[in-house]
Design a protein around this ligand. Structure first.
Ligand code: F3S
Length: 65
């Protein structure tokens, strides 16, 4: 699994950082991005799904690659 952030949609709610701090980071404006290349280790896949479900802007998606 890989996680993605659409930075055009992100409004800095920062819920992704709360539910999956290993997978996301924020810049000084509060805009999220993925850590590294966005690869999600198997043990963090539930956290990635939680981040998708918790982003009010629907800015987070996952793919199966
Ligand atoms: Fe942005 Fe959504 Fe996270 S708005 S900071 S991607 S919870």
């Amino acid at each position: 699994m890989r996680v993605h952030v659409d930075q055009d949609k992100c409004q800095g709610h920062n819920r992704c950082i709360v539910v999956a701090p290993e997978l996301f980071e924020v810049d000084e404006l509060g805009t999220a991005s993925v850590v590294g290349d966005g690869h999600v280790p198997a043990e963090l896949e539930d956290d990635a799904r939680l981040a998708v479900d918790n982003c009010p802007e629907y800015a987070i998606t996952t793919t199966d690659d």
